[in-house]
Design a protein around this ligand. Structure first.
Ligand code: HPA
Length: 276
């Protein structure tokens, strides 16, 4: 675990590296989940910076993730898009996983749309559905804020009672309806992965109130809340969770479903960036 001072020094170095390269300072952040990267194609006046070129950035290893920051404009707003994220299961620490959120924070981003691919637990959900995250359960067994508090960046004990902004969720439900997307909200449970859940684990997660399950998002959302950002979360249900339909799970299926709904998903996020 790195010290507060070390972390601040790293952040300052990234900030000066990025500020030399970008044309407009972003006000809005978007994180694109597995197979949902096409949103980055919409960005105008683009400046693309691969993670591997950014000092102190971890490198994305998972299939289906491009691994770059895309700066520019969407619907007239200045955005920074993470095309590909860092997962805890890749072996990164929680601080590494959430480092880009801190970078966004120090750049001045105050609103974040987080997206992911998830397994459906609630049987009212179908594969291919887009679901707004209304709350989460952290079963990752770790927290990105553990250790010395970065007091310049947020409080020691941040409130999480509205981790996913209510007003934004309400707006997003209206937009979903207008776009012909079934307006749904659910509770997302995060696990560390990388093995998919067992059917018994899924029964447990359903019992404790989860509607969908995935291996990301929660660390980023905790850090974004700590940093005072408003957050909207969207899950793309790429498969029904283990034991629900009796089928086996595969990353191929996850990517295939994500690809199938990508167009609708991209439109939805674009509309949201315009109104949130
Ligand atoms: N479980 C965990 N993570 C996932 C799943 C799943 O079923 N589908 C997509 N990401």
């Amino acid at each position: 675990m790195i010290s507060e001072k070390e972390y601040s020094t790293k952040l300052a170095e990234v900030l000066s590296y990025l500020e030399e390269r970008i044309k407009v300072v972003p006000e809005f952040g978007v994180i694109l989940g597995s197979g949902l990267g096409a949103f980055a194609d919409l960005v105008k006046e683009k400046v693309v910076i691969p993670y591997k070129d950014i000092p102190h950035f971890p490198i994305s290893t998972v299939e289906g993730h491009a691994g770059q920051l895309v700066f520019g404009k969407v619907e007239g707003r200045s955005v920074v898009v993470m095309q590909g994220r860092f997962h805890y299961y890749e072996g990164y620490t929680m601080q590494e996983v959430t480092f880009p959120i801190r970078v966004m924070q120090v750049l001045g981003v105050n609103g974040l749309i987080v997206t992911n691919a998830a397994g459906g637990i609630n049987s009212a959900i179908c594969s291919g559905d887009l679901i707004l995250i209304k709350d989460h359960l952290n079963l990752m067994g770790d927290n990105p804020l553990r250790g010395a508090n970065l007091s310049d960046l947020g409080p020691r004990f941040p409130d999480m009672s509205e981790g996913y902004n209510l007003e934004w969720r309400q707006k997003a439900l209206v937009i979903a309806k207008e776009m012909g997307i079934n307006p749904q909200e659910g509770v997302y449970v995060a696990v560390s992965g990388p093995s998919y859940e067992t059917p018994a684990e899924i029964r447990y997660m359903r019992t404790i109130g989860a509607d969908m399950v995935g291996m990301s998002t929660v660390p980023e959302v905790i850090v974004a809340n700590h940093g005072g950002m408003r957050v909207l979360g969207i899950s793309c249900v790429t498969n029904m969770a283990a034991g629900i339909m009796g089928q086996k799970l595969s990353h191929v299926e996850v990517m295939k479903t994500a690809e199938r709904v990508e167009k609708q998903f991209v439109q939805f996020v674009k509309e949201l960036v315009g109104v949130l």
